[in-house]
Write a protein that binds this ligand. Sequence first.
Ligand SMILES: [Zn+2]
Ligand SMILES: [Zn+2]
Length: 204
Amino acid sequence: MFFIAWYNVSSNFDQLLADINLGLGVLSLILWLRTQFSNPGFIEKPREMDFLKLMQIVDPIQLCPDCLVIRTPRSRHCSTCNRCVERFDHHCPWINNCIGQQNHIYFIWFLISIFTTIGFIFGSTLYSLISMNRNDVTFITQNDLRYWILPIEITCNIMVKKIVSIFVLCITGFFLMPVLLLLYIQVRNFVANRTTNERFSRRP
Ligand SMILES: [Zn+2]
Ligand SMILES: [Zn+2]
């Protein structure tokens, strides 16, 4: 709702900027869903072999007592998912999934995309706030295409625009730095071929 309301107001100022923002927002949403619904690299149980048999063949230290699989050197057990994940990075509550070997790259692309989106919204809103003039009055009527997105007739005067713009600046400004920090940590880890878990874990 926030995004649609913001889109309606901003698109009255500059349709192109609003459309770019909408495109980036949709791209972030797709990458978020892609990361959420992908298999992070869950380690599967060996077929047709019970745990007691496994204990005789494999060193018990290598077996996960929680999900009963053979652990690998870079895997960790996620207590939220209750599964062992290959090259486990962390469990992300935003994504509601583990970040591991198979979806780490999607997660980084998601962070790049969301940072670009937030940064672009912040920049274009600031630009529109500075460039607003006093007589700028906007109407969204039933004939307008945007009426299909949010079926409310909007009479938007300069005061409303300014209040919405400042609100958008506060929200995006608040998230900009933490997302940038997270992106920086993730890219640094990725380049160094290390996981967040390995960097902060006390285990060797
Ligand atoms: Zn496990
Ligand atoms: Zn998890």
